[in-house]
Every structure is written in structure tokens, then in C-alpha cells.
Design a binder for this molecule. Structure first.
Ligand code: NAD
Ligand code: IPM
Ligand code: MN
Length: 338
């Protein structure tokens, strides 16, 4: 565990109760270790993520559970580049899997009854503008976006394989090939990989149009695959369709390979909420469910998600989703449901 900054430690500490209870109930013992990396540690020692810690996580951990990294005292966010992006890149966790599911009907701000929003975003996680390549040359600040054939192929393939394994019939790829010539590789790879999955309908949307359509008619999407930056933006937008960042979970994975995945709520450190005990721990609990599933305990994962749904239905909610409960109240209620 790397609880990290801001609300990170609060939501991780709270979520551990339900996560451990679900694990125990399903016969799994979690051996937990807490690492100190984050802004406090960085400001005190100058260390972001030391090499020994990285090697330890790479070689010894089965999963990494991270709270949030980001602190106003580190305006350049360099510790997040080493810890968060560093783990994604160095562990080659090329899939950022971000499910978007409406867990209670009243959580969507959209009009209409009986909505069934349920799709997943496959966000490319090791390339794009996130690599930080570029230069500052006089008045020109240049950011390079890296799209390799290998990188684009593998994230599109992961989306189709997941769709196939989960009975989905459609994969939507999103790029901006009408304005960015380099996005031709997304079009080419999408066509190529889609031809290997004849049962799945490939569909394309430019990212601007997709943003609009997600708000207008999110039910029509099943699996969305896109680049690192668009996936970041679309995942916050999508979270807002189903209750907000307080409920959005993610898993950073390298499918088919052993070694640790990195599991984190989609939200950040929310500095204005830190220390107040009101942050929603549900995103972290649901992240724990993704982690348990990946650790080979799907029944524990499903039970944890069921307990979150039941807690929402019972109205035990933090203020971000219209309740008066504290972080601890919500965690206790989820644990009680288990
Ligand atoms: P944020 O996700 O921290 O907050 C955005 C909004 O969502 C705020 O209104 C916040 O109050 C609300 N929110 C977020 N999580 C919540 C929760 N669990 N319960 C209730 N409300 C919640 O995004 P930001 O404000 O843009 O960023 C703050 C810091 O976090 C920055 O330093 C940013 O770089 C960092 N960040 C880190 C991660 C990560 O570690 N994975 C992700 C996003 C942002
Ligand atoms: C996320 C966050 C990170 C990202 C930031 C903190 C670098 O927004 O995990 O979605 O952009 O990937
Ligand atoms: Mn983000």
C-alpha cells in the first residue's frame, strides 16, 4: 500500500476494513505492508520512489494499492511522475482499466429513469504525451505524443480480448485522427485487430464527439479504448455520469503476465477535503474489489461490490453523493453489509 497524499491515507485506511473483511470471508488472508512514499516523505528526504522500493514492489508484491499522489507543496508534481507514472511505466502496466457502472439509479445526474450505464474504458497507460518527451526552445514549448505500433496494438488487443471474455459485442476506439496525423496508427491497428474478432462490432468516434455522446447516451457504450490523455479525461467525465470520482475505481495491469498490478481510485488527493473525514471511500473499496479479482478471488470481489451497492441503497453516503455520513461511517456500513 502506498496511501500517498491528501485524502489518500484516509480513503485507503477506511477501505481496508471492508477489503479485509471480504477477503477473510472468502478464505483469503492479505499480508499488508505500508510504504511511506508521497509528498511528506519527498519533502522530508528528497526521495520520491527509491530504486530499492521499486525493486521490492516489482519482485515481492502481488498487488500495489495506492491512494492518491498530489500535494500543493509540490507544484511541479515531480513525486507523482516518479511514483504513480513511474510505477505504470516501469512495471509496463499498459492497461489502465476503468469501469463505469451505475451502482444506484439516483447517482446519475442525467435525466430519465431506469438507466443502465455500464461500460469500461481501456486507457493506454505507457505512451502518449505522458512520457513527457519534448523540449522548451525559446518561446516554443513542445510536447511530443508517442504512439508506437506495439503500444497501440497491445491496448486495442487487450480491449477486444476483454470484450470477448466478458460477452460484450462492441468496442469503440477513440482518437483524433482528423486533426493529428500520428493517430493514423490507431486507425490502422484498430482495423487490423478488429478483423481478428468477427463477433465484436468495431466502432470509431473522434474524441470530441465521443465526449458529447457519452453525456447524451452513455448506455450505448460497452468498451472504449483510447490513448493515455483522452482516457484520463474521459474517465473523469464518465465517473460524473455514475456518481462522481468518489466511486470511480481503476486497475493498472499488464494482462497475462505475473507480477503486481497497481490499483488506485481514479480520483486525486482532493486537498480541500483532506483531514476532514468526509472523503468518499467507495472508490477505494471498489478498487479493492478490482484488486481481489486480479488476485484470483472473484467471489470476494463480487461480494465487496454488492456490499457497496447495498450501502448506497441504504443511504449511507458521504456529502459528494448527497449524504451526511463520514468516511468512517461509510466504511463501517460496507463492512457491516459483508
Ligand atoms: P481530485 O480528483 O483530487 O478532485 C476533483 C474533485 O473531486 C474535487 O472536487 C474533489 O473534492 C472531488 N473528489 C475527489 N475524490 C473524492 C472523494 N473520494 N470523495 C469526495 N470527493 C472527491 O482532482 P484535482 O483536484 O484535479 O487534483 C488534486 C491533486 O490530486 C493534484 O495534485 C492532482 O495532480 C492529483 N491527482 C492524483 C491522482 C492519483 O494519484 N491517481 C489522480 C488525479 C489527481
Ligand atoms: C489519474 C491522474 C493522473 C493521470 C495524474 C495525477 C498524473 O489524473 O490517474 O487519472 O493523469 O494519469
Ligand atoms: Mn485523471
Amino acid at each position: 500500500m502506498i496511501p500517498g497524499d491528501g485524502i489518500g491515507p484516509e480513503v485507503i485506511n477506511a477501505a481496508l476494513g471492508p477489503i479485509e473483511r471480504a477477503a477473510t470471508k472468502h478464505g483469503i488472508t492479505l499480508e499488508l505492508e505500508r510504504l511511506p512514499y508521497g509528498a511528506d516523505h519527498y519533502l522530508k528526504t528528497g526521495e520520491t520512489l527509491p530504486d530499492e522500493a521499486f525493486h521490492h514492489l516489482r519482485d515481492d508484491a502481488d498487488a500495489i494499492l495506492l491512494g492518491a499522489i498530489g500535494d500543493p507543496r509540490v507544484p511541479g508534481n515531480e513525486h507523482a511522475r516518479d511514483i504513480l507514472l513511474g510505477l505504470r511505466f516501469r512495471l509496463d502496466l499498459y492497461v489502465n482499466f476503468r469501469p463505469v457502472t451505475l451502482l444506484h439509479p439516483d447517482l446519475t445526474p442525467l435525466r430519465g429513469n431506469g438507466r443502465r450505464i455500464d461500460f469500461v474504458i481501456f486507457r493506454e497507460n505507457t505512451e502518449g504525451v505522458y512520457l513527457g518527451r519534448g523540449r522548451i526552445a525559446g518561446e516554443e514549448y513542445v510536447a511530443e505524443e508517442i504512439n508506437t505500433a506495439k503500444g497501440v496494438d497491445r491496448i486495442i488487443r487487450a480491449a477486444f480480448e476483454w470484450a470477448q471474455d466478458h460477452g460484450k459485442r462492441q468496442v469503440t476506439m477513440s482518437d483524433k485522427a482528423n486533426a493529428v496525423p500520428a493517430h493514423k496508427i490507431w486507425q490502422d491497428k484498430f482495423r487490423q485487430v478488429a478483423s481478428e474478432f468477427p463477433e465484436i462490432e468495431p466502432e470509431h468516434r473522434y474524441v470530441d464527439a465521443l465526449a458529447m455522446e457519452l453525456v447524451r447516451d452513455p448506455e450505448r457504450f460497452q468498451v472504449i479504448v483510447t490513448n493515455n490523455l483522452y482516457g484520463d479525461i474521459l474517465s473523469d467525465l464518465s465517473a460524473a455520469l455514475v456518481g462522481g470520482l468518489g466511486l470511480a475505481a481503476s486497475a493498472n495491469l499488464h494482462p497475462g503476465r505475473g507480477g503486481a498490478g497497481l490499483f488506485e481510485p481514479v480520483h486525486g488527493s482532493a486537498p480541500p477535503l483532506a483531514g476532514k473525514g468526509v472523503a468518499n471511500p467507495m472508490a477505494s473499496v471498489l478498487t479493492g474489489a478490482l484488486m481481489l479479482e486480479q488476485l484470483g478471488a472473484p467471489a470476494a470481489a463480487a461480494d465487496l461490490e454488492r456490499a457497496v451497492r447495498a450501502t448506497l441503497a441504504a443511504g449511507v453516503r458521504t456529502p459528494d453523493i448527497g449524504g451526511k455520513a463520514t468516511t468512517a461511517d461509510v466504511a463501517a456500513a460496507i463492512a457491516e453489509q459483508l
